[in-house]
Design a protein. Structure first.
Length: 212
């Protein structure tokens, strides 16, 4: 048995759980220690807090089973969540067709087998997802590109944050000339009373983002 396999076995015996942290799948035990990877493993480090490994190895080591599309959190399988995400994003693309695109090739001509990329240009930058061509290609009603725009380095967290900016109204807040307490929202055309500078990032009535 390799040192890596032995370490996984020992962690599993001690009740290790698998989870995702900062884009990595790890397994951990409830003891404070340092972060390390298997490539740095040398000897039996029982005090290790987190051990980086592949998702499959983490699942196999801690749960005794490999992760598949049928793996469930008790409410939904991964396949169900993948399908839900595809349908929901297709609605966003349809409603912002002028900002969206899809392609069967990355900017460098590569692509994962049987997949395509679909993206939308938000005020904060691009947001993209990969989906299986069958059955999702025709679901996305947007322009087709020979090659996708070059990836700007956005993370999954940044992608969903960018999508949230789509359709969000903005407003300017102007102080009423004859008052030092009244502010006028250009979006909902409503006065708000507050002394000094306007304190809110969003209009408390219409929710528009305040552009200062």
């Amino acid at each position: 048995m390799s040192a890596t396999d032995r370490l996984c076995e020992l962690l599993a015996e001690r009740g290790a759980k698998w989870f995702d942290a900062d884009g990595r799948v790890v397994i951990g035990v409830d003891e404070p220690a340092t972060v390390a990877s298997f490539k740095d493993y040398d000897g039996l480090l029982l005090g290790m807090m987190y051990v980086c490994c592949t998702p499959e190895r983490a699942i196999e080591a801690t749960l005794g089973a490999r992760i598949t599309g049928d793996t469930s959190d008790g409410y939904h399988t991964f396949d169900e969540l993948y399908h839900h995400r595809a349908v929901l994003f297709s609605v966003i693309v349809r409603d912002h067709r002028e900002l969206a695109w899809k392609s069967k090739a990355h900017h460098d001509g590569t692509m994962y087998d049987g997949m395509f990329i679909v993206g939308i240009e938000t005020p904060q930058g691009q947001a993209t997802y990969h989906y299986d061509v069958d059955p999702y290609w025709d679901m996305f009603d947007c322009k087709e590109l020979g090659r996708a725009p070059e990836w700007d380095g956005h993370t999954p967290s940044e992608a969903i944050e960018r999508i949230a900016t789509l359709g969000r109204p903005t407003c300017s807040l102007e102080r009423e000339p004859d008052s030092d307490r009244l502010w006028w929202c250009s979006n909902c055309h409503t006065y708000h009373e507050h002394v000094s500078e306007f304190p809110w990032e969003y209009c408390p009535r219409c929710g528009a983002k305040v552009v200062r």
